[in-house]
Design a protein around this ligand. Structure first.
Ligand code: UD1
Ligand code: CA
Length: 420
């Protein structure tokens, strides 16, 4: 199967309905551009040959693609058929099945596509569509069937008449073609429609008229095939993606006390027996060990690394910071560009002043240090092993606190050194 399948990913559209300067496929779902999920899908299906069609702001979209991707540029965004046409020269010499995927389908799962490809291969159809039954089919192309229930065409929402609008079987946009037929028919598509675009979907009626077999399978879950065209749909896709991400974590032994008020990035790594309390936000590139306690109201930003048995409590923001096992930061504060050893205690209101207006600087807090409430650590600075800072102290830049030393005041000065 591997060698006879190639994919075309359509990602050239502006996404008019998003009302955005950013290309639609780069809008994020759970911290990842939608197109990322589609690229992942192609990878999971082990499809080696694929072409991404880019157009609107194509430099930005290209920058997001792996260097190895083959890219076709659609100079004028004239519709899905025109987009596919731009990709075909890059698949020259390829014989077999082409699957068309859309960059605005972030929720599509590999199993569904596998079923589609399998059905297409078994039936040897000229084309096979993935369709879905939707309670609210508005906006989607509708599947037209003849009196024998055979697919005879697709009508776009904007071109549909009153009756056609009542059809609830929709075109998901995902379809398989035999390359040679696709190449032949695509040339014949004309922009005879409300949007004056070249519709890929018009091929279906042409194939039917020429008595070719068009097959279809229905997606089990219509949510999976939703196309994201607007910010409202983007929010909905985020909701569904959150459910998937969180359920997957829970299956793997993470407690999420209130999934509805929790936001977790697609790539978060969280160990078993860690508890995530409500209103916690975990952004991309965050790794959390086992037996940790996070939140309520914690915000973990990119580059956060928590070892096992770490507690981060409420109203704390952590960014580009590594915290070793057994350390605690239980109350409000900010830790940025910091490295904490094990069993460190961070008092309420502690702030690492990491930014001096030009650079982000590092704060190092060594094993078993005890940072008093309301301490400000002006980076770059090092707080030594088992050192302590008094409440309200301001440790100024480069005034490192030695191991076993206590500092107090503004600016902080040592008051005593423990016997070793
Ligand atoms: C399309 C289908 C519709 C289907 C729906 C499913 C057509 C004509 N319509 O409508 O039947 O129900 O998807 O979600 O195919 N694109 C390009 N170049 C273009 C135009 C679009 O690359 O010239 C890309 C877009 O970036 C997007 C995808 O193709 O990823 C689909 O385009 P979009 O405009 O969202 O189509 P829909 O109106 O949603
Ligand atoms: Ca769409």
């Amino acid at each position: 199967m591997k060698n006879s399948i190639a994919a075309i990913i359509l990602a050239a559209g502006k996404g008019e309905r998003m009302k955005s300067d950013k290309p639609k496929v780069l809008h994020e779902v759970a911290c990842r551009p939608m197109l990322g999920y589609v690229l992942d899908l192609v990878k999971q299906l082990r499809i080696k040959r694929y072409v991404v069609v880019v157009g609107y702001q194509y430099q930005q979209v290209k920058a997001f693609l792996p260097a190895s991707a083959s890219v076709a540029i659609q100079r004028n965004i004239l519709g899905t058929a025109d987009a596919v046409k731009q990709a075909l020269p890059l698949l020259s010499g390829f014989r077999g099945t082409v699957i068309v995927l859309y960059g605005d389908n972030p929720l599509l799962k590999p199993d569904t596509v596998k079923k589609l490809i399998a059905h297409h291969t078994e039936t040897k159809a000229a084309a096979t569509l993935l369709t879905a039954q939707m309670d609210k089919p508005d906006g989607y192309g509708r599947i037209l069937r003849d009196s024998y229930d055979v697919i005879c065409g697709i009508v776009e929402d904007k071109d549909a008449d009153e009756y056609q609008k009542t059809i609830k079987e929709i075109n998901t946009g995902i379809l398989c073609f035999e390359r040679e037929k696709l190449a032949r028919y695509i040339k014949r598509i004309k922009p005879n429609n409300a949007k004056k675009e070249y519709y890929l979907t018009d091929i279906i009626e042409m194939l039917y008229k020429d008595e070719y077999v068009v097959e279809s399978i229905k997606a089990d879950d219509p949510k999976e095939v939703m196309g994201v065209n607007s910010r409202v749909e983007l929010a909905y896709a985020n909701k569904i993606m959150q459910q998937r991400i969180q359920e997957n974590l829970m299956k793997n032994g993470v407690t999420i006390v209130d999934p509805d008020s929790t936001f977790i990035s697609w790539d978060a790594k969280i160990g078993t027996d860690t508890v995530i309390y409500p209103f916690t936000v975990i952004e991309k590139d965050v790794k959390i060990g086992s037996h940790c306690s996070v939140g309520p109201f914690a915000r973990l930003r990119p580059g956060t690394r928590l070892d096992d048995f770490v507690t981060v409590g409420n109203f704390i923001e952590i960014s580009r910071t590594k915290i070793a096992s057994g350390s605690r930061a239980k109350h409000f504060g900010f830790l940025g560009d910091a490295r904490l050893g094990h069993s460190v205690n961070i008092g309420a209101g502690t702030v690492t002043a990491n930014y001096d207006g030009k650079h982000k600087n590092t704060t190092i807090i060594k094993d078993k240090a005890f940072i008093g409430s309301d301490t400000v650590l002006v980076a770059p600075v090092v707080v030594g092993k088992q050192a302590r800072t008094g409440a309200g102290s301001v440790v100024t830049r480069n005034k490192n606190v030695d191991d076993f030393t206590t500092v107090v005041g503004v600016p902080a000065k040592p008051i005593k050194t423990k016997m070793r």
